[in-house]
Design a protein around this ligand. Structure first.
Ligand SMILES: Cc1ncc(COP(=O)(O)O)c(C=O)c1O
Length: 458
């Protein structure tokens, strides 16, 4: 199309009203929630950007597929439809459904990881790292150098550091069960991984005789970035690029709650029939029979249809462009936003946003709470609280960056919603020095951002 305007490539048929609230109401609700937005009720939120996981709006074809879902315990027709779509896309013979991504991680790692193992990756998602640790292994992130430069643009900040991976494969060869690549790299800001980087990882895996696992949660967004940014891919479809990417992997773990446009579901896809047998035997104990894996038949059907839709270029163009559009506006006003834009959300460097707050005053929590108070926007802190800890002497330990993520649910919000979010961030940025920090009231022992409570500092 010739217009410069990129609009949402869908019409809205069913609407969910948003309850608009006042700042006074939100002030009370946030205090009642212990200043932790995870403890709010969803009706108390105006624009919910907590996560892009399981929050997509389904299409009319997906809703129709739900109706046609086959609820047979074994051999469901919906399973075989999903199997055919997934075999073609993920380029694997065996397709095992699971109830969500982490169940697939648990299943695969249970078979492949032994105590003392070291798992290298461009970036483990937090449940992935937790599942490695659960088996007595150590997750090791080897992000490329560009990943740590938040305000410097580079096309593929999700890449793994290849020399570091090679050195590790040489020094810890016996302890490494596989290499894990996450596309896009959620932990690194939803940044994409290039085809060149994935191919080079595959070559190293072949040289050192290690399987390559791809955590493909956001494979379609990653494929679109490859198409737009990597030399030689401009004329290929996102689907063809995704197929080339997945052909490199021995095993794919996948959460359907992201790029299957579904509200629940996941997959493990692989070639190795012998390993697949072991996984299916365990699946019966943990998730269910191998043609439903903890899901209703209708969920399998919705995932199959979502996998067809998510690789549509017009959808991906609108999706990636919405976040880019927000980031461009914030960047222009010097808001310390991670650049370039990631695939599923925008990330703000809270320490640089509130330069008057020290790390102990939790700038990330202050930013999340202020976005909620001023605009009813729910974001998530992925910084000093989520990834920090208190050591045995009571001294706080902080991660390198105190980030706040605003994740965009798929097909849920329009450009006007995006514009509103930008406006609230810009007005807050202009008054940043007026914002106070926070202290813990109750510090949760693990994954602190979910359940801790806070109080504003005087
Ligand atoms: C990269 C990545 N891997 C795995 C998972 C886990 O998927 P699920 O939430 O479906 O268990 C997530 C969830 O956000 C993720 O972002």
């Amino acid at each position: 199309m010739s217009s410069e305007i990129i609009f949402e490539p869908f019409r809205i048929k069913v609407v969910e009203p948003i309850r608009l609230s006042t700042e006074d109401e939100r002030r009370q609700w946030l205090a009642d929630a212990g200043y932790n937005v995870f403890l709010l009720r969803s009706e108390q939120v105006v624009i919910d950007l907590l996560t892009d996981s399981g929050t997509a709006a389904m299409s009319q074809e997906q809703w129709a597929a739900l109706q046609a879902g086959d609820e047979s315990y074994a051999g469901s027709k919906s399973y075989f439809e999903l199997e055919a779509v997934a075999q073609e896309l993920f380029q694997k013979r065996v397709i095992i459904p699971v109830h969500q991504g982490r169940a697939g991680e648990h299943l695969v790692f249970h078979e492949l990881i032994e105590r003392g193992a070291v798992v290298p990756s461009n970036g483990h998602f937090d449940t992935t790292a937790a599942n490695v640790r659960d088996r007595g292994g150590t997750p090791l992130n080897l992000p490329c150098a560009a990943a740590s430069q938040l305000r410097t643009s580079a096309p593929f900040k999700g890449d793994i550091d290849l020399p570091a991976l090679k050195a590790l494969l040489e020094s810890h060869h016996e302890q490494i069960p596989f290499v894990l690549m996450t596309i896009t790299n959620n932990t690194g800001g939803g940044q994409p991984v290039s085809f060149a980087n994935l191919s080079a990882v595959k070559e190293l895996c072949t040289e050192f005789r290690k399987p390559l696992i791809i955590d493909g949660c956001r494979f379609a967004e990653n494929a679109y970035f490859i198409k737009m940014r990597e030399h030689g891919f401009a004329d290929e479809s996102p689907k063809a690029i995704a197929q080339r990417v997945f052909a490199l992997a021995d095993i794919v773990t996948f959460s359907g709650k992201k790029d299957a446009l579904s509200n629940i579901g996941g997959l493990v896809c692989l070639y190795d029939e012998e390993l697949a047998e072991r996984l299916k035997n365990r699946l019966v104990v943990t998730e269910g029979f191998s043609t439903y894996g903890g899901l209703a038949g209708r969920d399998l059907a919705a995932m199959a249809q979502g996998l067809r839709e998510v690789v549509e270029p017009s959808y991906l163009h609108y999706r990636i462009r919405t976040i880019e559009w927000m980031v461009e506006r914030l960047d222009r006003a010097k808001v310390p936003v991670l650049i370039p834009a990631g695939g599923h959300g925008l990330y703000i460097d809270a320490a640089a946003f509130f330069t008057h707050l020290s790390p102990e005053q939790f700038p990330g929590i202050a930013l999340v709470n202020e976005l909620y108070l001023r605009g009813g926007i729910r974001a998530v802190e992925l910084g000093n609280v989520a990834f920090g800890s208190t050591d045995e002497s009571g001294k706080p330990q902080f991660p390198p960056h105190d980030l706040v993520r605003l994740a965009m649910p798929r097909r849920v919000y329009t450009e006007a919603h995006a514009g509103y979010v930008v406006e609230i961030i810009l007005s807050l940025f202009r008054q940043a020095t007026q914002v106070r920090g926070y202290r813990f009231v109750k510090e949760a022992p693990v994954l602190r951002h979910f359940r801790s409570t806070f109080a504003p500092l005087d």
